[in-house]
Design a protein around this ligand. Structure first.
Ligand code: F6P
Length: 354
């Protein structure tokens, strides 16, 4: 087997550990392994090079992705994917490991399905198959088919550390802090940070808010102050929405608290710092387990046509067909947009339960 590995979409700490595991396990299994630089864009542009054991040395503890990543517009077009197939064929590649979020795994699914057509039109064997295994790589933890995606734990630790750091200055000034986290369509980071950081209130996209949510939040903060806690934290996921579907701006939450309670309130938008830095031990281990499992899956069933994502559910490695991953991950967002919160949570799977 000749395997290409790439990282795509927003980077996530632990992607390097995943690439390392894929490369080294492939070599152990006697496969040739290639790196694709800058995600699907590198595939379109032909930036594909062989990787050896030492090329992935000293990266398990590094954030970002040494292969580079991109959100490629070219790859979204059929002609762009044709170029990508041409370049994979030039290297005799017949298996692809993609590490990324829902957009990246959708790209992998589309490519796997179109592969034979492209190969035929390029004059090759129309019966040929591209085996695809996806690894969930996203700090948002918004993918169906896994309890945790690579990078989410590191991002969560950044947020909790920031909340801990903010609490001393907040307490000194008796201030309330509003902390905005990433998470376009998923409140995992905000909710878990709220639990771990002792927040008074958390706003996430998955919660159906009634018209009185402001009052409930204000009441919770007022109660905490009455109980003698000098400072409070409110966590707002960037994807949180009002009942009418309009985004909740963290600045508006901050102003509201300050006005209604007449207290000193400050806003901290954590932004891309959440995606940076060294991966936690959990993310390194998760990435390594998933990377090894992806290659073993390819090695163990060479005859089967693989089009799966490898994930972790209840601490066990599981494989879910990419079609299901892609459809259910998209369906969650659609249900959220329609205001069907319960349905969205059911579709989300195990990452949000309990
Ligand atoms: O999907 C990961 C993510 O970090 C989201 O949480 C965030 O909304 C988005 O990427 C930011 O994207 P960019 O790095 O392109 O600004």
């Amino acid at each position: 087997m000749r395997i290409a590995v790439l990282t795509s979409g927003g980077d996530a700490p632990g992607m390097n550990a995943a690439v390392r595991a894929v490369v080294r396990r492939s070599l152990v299994k006697g496969f040739s392994v290639f790196g694709v630089w800058n995600g699907y864009q590198g595939m379109v542009d032909g930036e594909i090079r062989p990787l050896g054991w030492h090329d992935v040395g000293g990266i398990i503890n590094k954030g970002g992705t040494f292969l580079g990543t991109a959100r490629s517009e070219d790859f979204k077009r059929y002609e762009g994917r044709r170029e990508a197939v041409k370049h994979l064929l030039e290297h005799g590649i017949n298996a692809l490991v993609v590490i990324g979020g829902d957009g990246s795994l959708t790209g992998a699914y589309v490519l796997a399905n179109e592969w034979a057509d492209h190969v035929r039109e390029l004059g090759g064997d129309g019966d040929s198959v591209l085996h695809v295994v996806g690894l969930p790589g996203s700090i948002d933890n918004d993918l169906y088919g896994t309890d945790m995606s690579i990078g989410a734990d590191t991002a969560l630790n950044h947020i909790v550390r920031a909340m801990d750091d903010l609490s001393s200055t907040a307490a000194s000034h008796q201030r309330t802090f509003v902390v905005e986290t990433m998470g376009r369509h998923c409140g995992y980071l905000a909710l878990m940070a709220g639990l771990a950081g002792g927040a008074s209130w958390v706003l996430i996209p998955e919660e159906e808010l009634d018209m009185r949510w402001h009052n409930k939040m204000i009441e919770a903060i007022a109660k905490a102050r009455e109980a003698g806690r000098p400072h409070q934290m409110v966590v707002v996921a960037e994807g949180a929405r009002h009942a009418d579907g309009l985004p909740i701006q963290s600045k508006e939450v901050c102003d509201l608290i300050s006005k209604r309670l007449n207290i000193n309130t400050r806003l901290t938008v954590l932004g891309h710092v959440q995606r940076g830095g060294a991966p936690t031990a959990f993310d390194r281990i998760l990435a390594t387990r998933l990377g090894v499992a992806a290659v073993d899956f390819l090695a163990e069933n060479p005859e089967a046509r693989h089009c799966h994502m490898v994930g972790l559910r209840e601490n066990r490695i599981v494989f879910t067909h990419l079609e299901e991953v892609v459809q259910k991950s998209k369906a969650v967002v659609e249900e959220l947009e329609k205001g069907n919160y319960q349905k969205a949570l059911e579709l989300r799977g195990t990452s949000f339960r309990n």
